[in-house]
Design a protein around this ligand. Sequence first.
Ligand SMILES: *Cc1c(COP(=O)(O)O)cnc(C)c1O
Length: 411
Amino acid sequence: MTKRFVYADNAATTPVSEHVFEAMKPWLTEYYGNPSSLYRIGQQAKNAANTARAQIGRALNAAEPINEANDRKPGEIIFTGSGSQADNLAIRGFVEGPSNHGRKHIITSKIEHHAVLYTCEALEKEGWRVTYLDVDKQGRIDLEQLRREISDDTAIVSVMAANNEIGTVQDLKAISEIVHAHGAVFHTDAVQAAGHMPLDVQAMGIDLLSISAHKFRGPKGIGALYCRKGITLKPSVFGGGQERGWASGTENVAGMVGMGTAIEDAVSEMDEKMSHVRRLTDRLTQGILKIPYTHATGDPVNRLPGTASFVFEAIEGEGLILLLDARGVCASTGSACSTGSLDPSHVLMAIGLPHEIAHGSLRLTLGEQNTEEDVDYLIAAVTEVVSTLRAMSPVWVDGKPDLSAAAGLHG
Ligand SMILES: *Cc1c(COP(=O)(O)O)cnc(C)c1O
C-alpha cells in the first residue's frame, strides 16, 4: 500500500476551490472599499455583496434575497460570521424578537449541532421551555412526537436538514407543515445540507435556514441566514447597522463573494456531482462493512451523498483517527474528547448506541474532489488500523469482542 494523502473529512470543512479563491482575490486587494462608503470602490463592494446575496437566494429559491426597493438594505439573505452565528441569530433572534408574540416554547431535536443545542440550553436557563425530540435508530425525528409536543405556545421549531455526524436527512416539508399548522416558525440548520442536496425554502416551507460557506468549498468565517420576508429578529450584534442591524460589523466582502461563488458552483450540475460522490460513498461503505463487527450508522436511504459513518466494536475512536493520520488519512470520530470528557457524541447516544460501541465511531466524508483510488486506499487503511487496534485491545478476545473483559476497565 503506497502511502497517499486522502482528505475524507469534508463534513468538518472543505478546501476552497481555485475558482472561489480567484473570485475572492480582487475584493481583498483591489476593491477593498467599505460597502458603507459612498465612493466608487465602496459602492462596488456593496454591489458585490448584493450579487452574492442573489446567488445564495437563487440556490435556496428565496423569493426576495436582496431588497429591490433599497439596495443598501439586505432582503432575505443575512450574512453572519459563521454557521454557528446564523443558528444563534435564528433561534435567539426569533424568540426574543418582535415577530414572536409572547410564545415561550421551543422545539428542537436531540441530534442538533451544538450551535443549536447550546443556544436552546441557554434559553432554557433563561426561562424558555424546550422540548428535545427523540430520533429513531436511523436518526430521523419522530413526527408523531412533534405533533404531540407542539402547541399554540410553540414559538419556533429548529430541526437540522442533515446531520453532520451520521448524514441523516430529515423530511423538511413534513416538519414545516406540522409547524405552520400551529402558527410557529420553522428553522433548519442546513449547514451540512447546502450544496450537497436540493434545498428550496419556498417548496419546503422553511422560514429560517442557516448555511456556512466552508462546508461547500467557500472560505471559513462567513455564514448566512435566510430569513423569510416579514420576520423581524432581535440583533445578535449591535453596532453600525449592517445586515438589517441584526449582525453589525463591516462586511466581509471577499467572504461574501466567495460564498456566493461557491454555492453557485455547488448547485450547478449538482445531480451529476452528487451521484459521483454517492457512488464513491457506496463503494467505501461496502468495503468497510467487510470488516467484522462493524456497523453503518445513520439512515441508509435518506442520507447525504458523501457521508459514510460507522462504529467498530472493541475500538476507541481516538486511536483510530491517530493511526489513520499516520497513514495520510484525515477522518473524524464522534467520540473525540474535545472537551476533555470521554463521553461519546450526543448524536450516537440519541440513536441508541450502547456507550462502549459508540466509542468506536468513524466518520468518513467524501467530496467531489475524491477519487476511486482514494476510496480503495481508505478501505485498506481502515481495515489495517482496525485490526492493529483490536490486536492490542483488552476487550478483543479470540477474534471477537468480549464485553466481560471490559467490566473491570470502567471502575
Ligand atoms: C459545521 C456546522 C455548523 C457550524 O458552522 P460554522 O461555520 O463552523 O460555525 C453548524 N451546524 C452544522 C450541522 C455543521 O455541520
